[in-house]
Design a protein around this ligand. Structure first.
Ligand code: SF4
Length: 309
């Protein structure tokens, strides 16, 4: 049968979406044209919550693998697809389940908090999950006499450790290679060039420890998007992956946004392109399904997080 022709690739994706009864979720770091065609754009937790609410049969998750795994954990009855199987996350790859098991064997009464940027297998070994927006609340919730192990992002962990003043908090030394490209020297120069701009930063940034005291706000991606919209300021220096500027500019075309580094481009997020969305929906590939036995354990730290935030 001849393939139907469409005026635009977006029309083709919309038609396939209808045929498959699919919903498209796009992370804030996706390229602009994927954000524009998505049903929901947001951070990984918000997208997974949208996934849990959807009546669609298929979730096309335009983000990276651990995000699709979280959606699969929360929606075991749905088919979760990602456009490119290579879309991993170097930060989530820095911690393994055996690293958590080893720490637990040495600290039998300790508590492990994992950032959402972890594999399903790692989550299955942890006590609490957290995101950059609720990490402080989660850490404060854990009794002070408990030894705490925070994985895998060192910079987020060290920011929370400073904020809470918690002493017995061990940090894993993982980091995001993309956020590590944002340097305090570049931030200093931008602040000098744009003295009226507000400086907002994501706690994963490698320069968090040096530049945190200079930031007007340290925020998660979702909070950043809300903040720039509500703030009366007209200019912003934005320290996170550059994809987020698309939503900010759409919301407030009259405001100016300066990326703290033009090089802060996540190579994994950018593997997703519109052509791969077409193939994904046509061929129903690439399915991410977390095995039931892992999902049943990995959902517990997520539920504990949701019960306290
Ligand atoms: S920006 Fe960093 S933490 Fe986020 S998906 Fe890319 S590599 Fe992972």
């Amino acid at each position: 049968m001849a393939k139907q022709l469409y005026n635009t690739i977006e029309d083709e994706i919309r038609a396939l979406k209808k045929t498959r009864n699919a919903v498209i979720l796009a992370h804030n770091y996706q390229v602009g044209d994927i954000q524009d065609i998505a049903d929901f754009v947001g951070d990984s937790l918000r997208l997974s919550q949208e996934a849990a609410k959807t009546s669609a049969d298929v979730i096309l998750f335009c983000g990276v693998r651990f995000m699709a795994e979280t959606a699969s954990i929360l929606c075991q009855d749905k088919t979760v697809l990602i456009p490119d199987l290579e879309a991993g996350c170097s930060l989530s790859d820095m911690i393994r389940p055996e690293d958590i098991r080893k720490w637990k064997s040495e600290h039998p009464n300790g508590v492990v908090v994992c950032y959402v940027n972890t594999s399903a297998e790692v989550k299955a070994e942890c006590d609490y999950c957290c995101t950059s927006s609720n990490a402080e609340k989660v850490v404060r919730h854990i009794p002070e006499d408990k030894e705490l192990f925070f994985v895998p992002d060192y910079f987020l962990g060290s920011y929370i450790k400073t904020k809470t003043g918690r002493k017995n908090m061990e940090l894993w030394k993982g980091y995001c290679g993309t956020h590590a490209l944002i340097t305090s020297e570049a931030v200093d120069k931008l602040r000098a060039d744009h003295p009226k701009a507000e400086f907002i930063m994501h706690p994963e940034c490698g320069c968090t420890t040096k530049s945190m005291h200079l930031a007007d706000q340290v925020l998660s991606t979702e909070a950043m998007v809300k903040y720039t919209h509500c703030s009366p300021a007209k200019e912003f220096i934005v320290a996170t992956e550059v994809g987020i500027l698309h939503r900010m500019k759409q919301q407030d075309p009259a405001k100016k946004f300066y990326p703290a580094s033009e090089q802060a481009i996540c190579p994994y997020m950018k593997l997703n392109i519109l052509e791969k969305l077409v193939l994904s929906l046509e061929r129903m590939e690439h399915e991410i399904r977390v095995p039931k036995a892992i999902a049943e354990r990995a959902i517990l730290p997520i539920q504990r997080m949701l019960s306290i935030v």
